[in-house]
Design a protein around this ligand. Structure first.
Ligand code: ZN
Ligand code: ZN
Length: 352
């Protein structure tokens, strides 16, 4: 019997540790994927903590809905090892990226193809065992996406950071036709957003980050200009550079300050999309929404169709992957710690 080696969450707030069980046999339409790469995402930190910070010392408890030991990791690429009797088209040996945002399949959101916002989700690495492991069980082959010639590490990161950035930027498409988008936060998702914005929009994006190294990396990756939002004059500098503000902004951080900066940089009629989950509380005088004719929208990852779109876009536009640092699976905990310390440029990916 093949072993399933996992870097498991055995208690919230505690380091991951290795657990070994027998590899499950895929039943019905299930497919067993041998994992080649799995990205490390900020959400993994929140899952390890057991909560998201909501601001004003309020926490969103996320400990319900999974049993411990649990396997985190939702940016998965691997090779099909076995398929259940109802998944015969899933040929063993095929290299695939795994769409992790799997829903119940029955609710209204799932029926309109938005499994990523299902209320009874079965997300891999969030509700169901994920990718910090040697293998993952996927409920149906439709969640497996061919990614050649993209390398597995890049394909893996497209399933969360890439997909999240893509789905957010898609919601800014009409606004982005009028001028450069402002991308706030040049972490893993933000850097992916920068590459995608360059491929999707006519104007090179503006970026903002408090870290000078991240600003430099963004400029090297094709940002038109980079701003330091902790600089008191940054908002005015964006307004000056754009003749009165941007029409579209994306907040990849999701903090009080990042959203205040993104919303403050909008021109009249502008729109900001939030993907980040950093935490905090945002306040704005209600009348400003009408007076500025502004929109603020939240988005969570993306649909299966959007996952296919972003893989196709990455192939067609020969998108350069963001900086990717690879670490062996058994170093999952130290990878999480590096991310927590904010010391990661681009993305960390665990290798089999
Ligand atoms: Zn993620
Ligand atoms: Zn559902």
């Amino acid at each position: 019997m093949t072993e399933l080696r996992r870097q498991s969450l055995t208690a919230y707030g505690m380091p991951l540790c290795e657990t070994i069980v027998a590899c499950p046999q895929p039943q019905g339409s299930e497919v067993l994927v041998r994992i080649d790469r799995c990205g490390v995402c900020h959400s993994d930190l929140h899952m390890q903590d057991g909560y998201f910070l909501l601001g004003d010392d309020k926490k969103l408890d996320v400990r319900a809905g999974r049993t411990l030991p649990f396997t985190l990791g939702h940016e998965i690429a691997g090779v099909i090892e076995h398929a259940g009797p109802d998944a015969r088209d899933a040929m063993p040996g095929r290299a695939v990226a795994v769409y992790p945002w799997i829903g119940c399949g029955a609710c209204p959101a799932c029926r309109r193809g938005e499994e990523n916002i299902c209320a009874a989700s079965r997300y891999l690495g969030i509700n169901v065992d994920g990718g910090f492991a040697s293998h993952v069980l996927v409920p149906h082959p439709r969640y497996l996406l061919d990614h050649a010639p993209l390398p597995a590490s890049f394909a893996a990161t497209l399933m969360c950071s890439g997909l999240t950035a893509y789905a957010a930027l898609k919601r800014l498409k009409a606004h982005a036709a009028h001028g450069p988008v402002l991308l706030v936060g040049m972490g893993g998702v933000g850097m992916m957003g920068l590459a995608l914005a360059r491929a999707m929009f006519a104007h090179a994006p503006l970026v903002a980050d408090i870290d000078p190294n991240k600003r430099a990396a963004a400029l090297a990756a094709g940002a038109a200009a980079a701003f330091d939002p902790s600089d008191a004059g940054a908002r005015k500098a964006v307004l000056a550079a754009t003749g009165g503000g941007v029409c579209a902004a994306c907040d990849f951080v999701g903090s009080e300050r990042s959203l205040a900066f993104a919303a403050g940089a909008l021109a009249k009629g502008g729109k900001a999309v939030i993907t980040g989950l950093f935490g905090g509380t945002f306040t704005m005088p209600v009348a400003m929404f009408a007076l500025k004719a502004m929109a603020i929208e939240g988005t969570q990852t993306g649909t299966l169709a959007e996952a296919r779109e972003v893989v196709d876009l990455a192939r067609a536009k020969k998108l350069a992957p963001p900086p990717i640092g690879e670490r062996p699976l058994h170093e999952a905990q130290s990878a999480l710690e590096q991310l927590r310390a904010g010391r990661v440029l681009g993305r960390l990916v665990l290798t089999a």
